[in-house]
Every structure is written in structure tokens, then in C-alpha cells.
Design a protein around this ligand. Structure first.
Ligand code: AMP
Length: 116
């Protein structure tokens, strides 16, 4: 079980966020410090999984649902194309240990992971 985190508090309503998409098991809301024209976080409501490795092993269907929500965000807010980032572990840049996908879209200027 992931420790209580800021994202657990967003799920419970203790910390406010603008919910852009909500399904039975997933929510999406804007990142508070956006790194791209579209920067949305997609998280499961459950706090059971700290990172995507745990989620993929424990509930692959939930991971698949998160990807579908990411695509919906990209369709609604960009041209349907998007970059999906999961930071896994502190040394990889993870700061919140409730699994989350960063959905980046729009005119992405950061090219280190691809593009030309
Ligand atoms: P990571 O570094 O992959 O764990 O990503 C955590 C992300 O959560 C960062 O991009 C933060 O800007 C974002 N974040 C932290 N607190 C909030 C919040 N209250 N609402 C929205 N995004 C947040």
C-alpha cells in the first residue's frame, strides 16, 4: 500500500484539483507545475500502487484504463498525440509515490526522448 500522499488527498477531496476526466477507477487533473502546453496527471483512485511497475504486475487492466484516459486528454486538449511519462523511483525523478502518468501534449519542445 502506498503511503498517504498528496494524490490520495486529491482523490479524497482533502486537497482541491480541477478534475478533467473521471471514471470509476481513474481521475485526471492538471499538473500544478506544467512542463508543456498540456500537462495532465492521470492517477488511479486507489493508493495501492506506488509506481507503474507495481501497477502493471497487480492490475494491468487499471493501467490500460489510465492509458485510455491519457488518450482522451490528448484528443480533447491537443491533436490526439501525446507523451506518457511514468517516473519510477526517487533517482528517476519520482516525488509522489502514488502511481501517476504525466500526459504531455501540445508543441513539445523537449527533444531528449525523441523527435528531431
Ligand atoms: P513525479 O515527480 O513524477 O512524482 O510527479 C509529481 C508531480 O505532481 C509533479 O509534476 C508536481 O508538479 C505534481 N504535483 C504535486 N502536487 C500537486 C498538486 N497538488 N496538484 C497537481 N499536481 C501536483
Amino acid at each position: 500500500m502506498a503511503a498517504d500522499t498528496v494524490f490520495g488527498k486529491i482523490v479524497s477531496g482533502e486537497i482541491p484539483a480541477e478534475i478533467l476526466v473521471e471514471t470509476d477507477r481513474v481521475i485526471a487533473f492538471p499538473d500544478i507545475a506544467p512542463q508543456a502546453p498540456v500537462h495532465v496527471l492521470v492517477i488511479p483512485k486507489t493508493s495501492e500502487y506506488a509506481n507503474v511497475t507495481e501497477l502493471a504486475a497487480g492490475d494491468p487492466e487499471l493501467l490500460s484504463e489510465m492509458v485510455a484516459v491519457a488518450k482522451q486528454i490528448a484528443d480533447e486538449r491537443a491533436n490526439g498525440e501525446y507523451r506518457l511519462i511514468f517516473n519510477n523511483g526517487e533517482s528517476a525523478g519520482q516525488t509522489v509515490f502514488h502511481v501517476h502518468a504525466h500526459v504531455l501534449a501540445g508543441n513539445l519542445e523537449e527533444r531528449s526522448l525523441g523527435g528531431s
